[in-house]
Design a binder for this molecule. Structure first.
Ligand code: 4AD
Ligand code: MG
Length: 479
């Protein structure tokens, strides 16, 4: 008999059919009811065994976490909680699980802290919470490819090893083949990277944008979706050293088109999850509600997870300039009462307390901030006519803060060259990027969505380490 996925059996199984399922035992009650999960859905199938027909030795091996193959007839369930169950004809234990050892793991069916689950990232997939998170993570990735494909974008694979630091933040991880204790030196005593594997100093990419621009200026509209690496030493609940980023880039788009595309894109993802991840989303929704009910009112979510997703789908994002945002912040209560930790004045980068105030207190909806001071943004952003600001935009989400960063790009060769000078970027390092501005340059724009931050938003998870299978953070590269 061919194995069927539990998701399929629960959805389409007919009473009277014979089925074979394989999975892991979640619970075995009263020597009679086996709950089996195979990862295809959050829901378990119940298999009912007739004790008389099973030998004692086999029975002992059916324990939580063991893997089993179960075949039998689908019958209408007597118990609550499921419509159908399997009347077992045959059980085979594929892999045993020592119950004493299972006790020490996250597979022990009881409530575990997310911290404890993180320590067992290799096993946490076996829990309902992480099963739900990673099925949704997959759905979000699929939705992203579908969105862009349907809109006529081309998926462009940009390099992971590169010599450039697109964001100019100097937070790159170096890549070298040299023996760290004995690298070749040049005459001045500096490491001689011309002798290294690539003949120059290279690093892991912080962004695929510069290369995506090259693609967009011929293919029209492209997007990247790949891993990016940042050696920023920020141990926060929103930063990873290795994260995934989606970067669309569109020829002939200006900043406004860019905002429209971002908003449409984020809404599409939220809607896709609402429409296609019902069971997992409901589980995470209820899980959050349960957690919230144990918190003081002030710390609870004002809306449920599903309501928050619906809210994003149904409401326009608030758009305002950085300059207007500074004014709003300076009029705010926390500012007047000296409650903000960091200063609010024109020219400073907004910190997350300011961003969260705007999104969660002032506007109570996603916000797109635009036209930031040139000094606090990257060299490639288009200079505005005021000569003080650039055509940049950040999208801020409730509970997350910055989820998207983007801009219209500087397409004018002379302005771009002077920007390179301002930012101390040698033109010869970026000759290939500058070249595109020589041959039929056009206005163009794009943005970067932090994939994990979006997955945080749609799952309601509050720590970014809990939405990526194996988080890479300072002092942590286990698994
Ligand atoms: O704002 P960022 O640095 O923008 C860029 O890299 C541009 N090249 C994008 C573009 O215009 N094509 O990063 C984009 C997004 C952020 O808004 C955030 O969501 C996410 O990437 N991000 C991180 N996510 C997790 N951990 C980190 N350390 C992150 N740094 C940025
Ligand atoms: Mg940014």
């Amino acid at each position: 008999m061919k194995r069927e996925k539990i998701a399929e059996v629960l959805k389409n199984g007919q009473v009277g059919n014979d089925v074979l399922v394989k999975g892991w035992v979640r619970a075995f009650r009263s020597n009679r009811f086996i709950s089996i999960n195979d990862g295809s859905t959050i829901n378990n199938i119940q298999a009912v065994v007739d004790f008389e027909n099973l030998d004692e030795a086999l029975l002992k091996k059916i324990t939580t976490a063991a893997s089993v193959a179960v075949s039998g007839k689908l019958v209408a369930s007597q118990g609550a909680g499921q419509a159908i169950e399997i009347e077992v004809k045959n059980v085979e234990v594929i892999g045993e699980a020592n119950p004493e050892e299972v006790q020490k793991t996250v597979m022990q069916p009881k409530k575990h802290s997310l911290e404890f689950l993180r320590e067992q990232a290799h096993l946490r997939f076996r829990t309902n919470t992480f099963g739900a998170v990673f099925r949704i993570r997959h759905a979000v990735a699929y939705a992203i490819h579908k969105f862009f494909n349907d809109e006529g974008f081309f998926y462009l694979h940009t390099p992971i090893v590169t010599a450039s630091d697109a964001e100019g933040a100097g937070e790159t991880f170096k890549v070298t083949n040299f023996d760290p204790l004995d690298p070749p030196l040049d005459e001045e005593g500096n490491i001689d990277y011309s002798k290294d594997f690539f003949g120059k100093a290279v690093n892991l990419t912080v962004s695929g944008q510069l290369e995506a621009e090259l693609g967009a200026l011929a293919l029209g509209q492209v997007y990247t979706f790949g891993p990016t690496f940042r050696a920023e030493n920020s141990n926060t609940s929103r930063h990873l050293a290795e994260f995934w980023m989606i970067e669309p880039e569109v020829a002939f788009n200006d900043l406004n088109d860019n905002m429209d595309l971002t908003e449409e894109f984020l809404k599409y993802i939220a809607k896709y999850v609402l429409d296609n991840c019902l069971d997992d989303l409901q589980f995470l929704n209820d899980r959050e509600a349960k957690e919230d009910s144990q918190k003081p009112t002030a710390e609870r979510n004002e809306m449920s997870l599903k309501d928050r997703l619906n809210f994003v789908v149904e409401n326009d994002f608030k758009r305002l300039t950085y300059t207007e945002a500074i004014e709003v912040l300076q009029r705010s209560k926390p500012y007047k009462k000296g409650k903000f930790k960091y200063d609010v004045k024109w020219g400073v980068d907004l910190s997350s307390e300011h961003e969260r105030y705007l999104v969660e207190k002032e506007f109570k909806c996603p916000v797109i901030l635009s036209d930031y001071p040139s000094e606090i943004k990257a060299f490639y952003m288009r200079q505005n006519d005021d000569d003080k600001t650039v055509a940049a935009m950040d999208v801020l989400f409730p509970g997350i803060g910055e989820i998207v960063g983007g801009s219209q790009r500087e397409e004018r060769l002379d302005v771009l060259k002077s920007k390179c000078a301002d930012f101390n970027i040698p033109e010869e390092d970026l000759w290939w990027y500058l070249d595109t501005r020589k041959f039929g340059t056009v206005p163009h724009a794009g943005f970067g969505l932090g994939f994990e931050r979006m997955v945080m938003f749609v799952t309601g998870m509050t720590n970014i380490r809990d939405v990526i299978p194996f988080p890479r953070t300072p002092q942590n590269a286990e698994f």
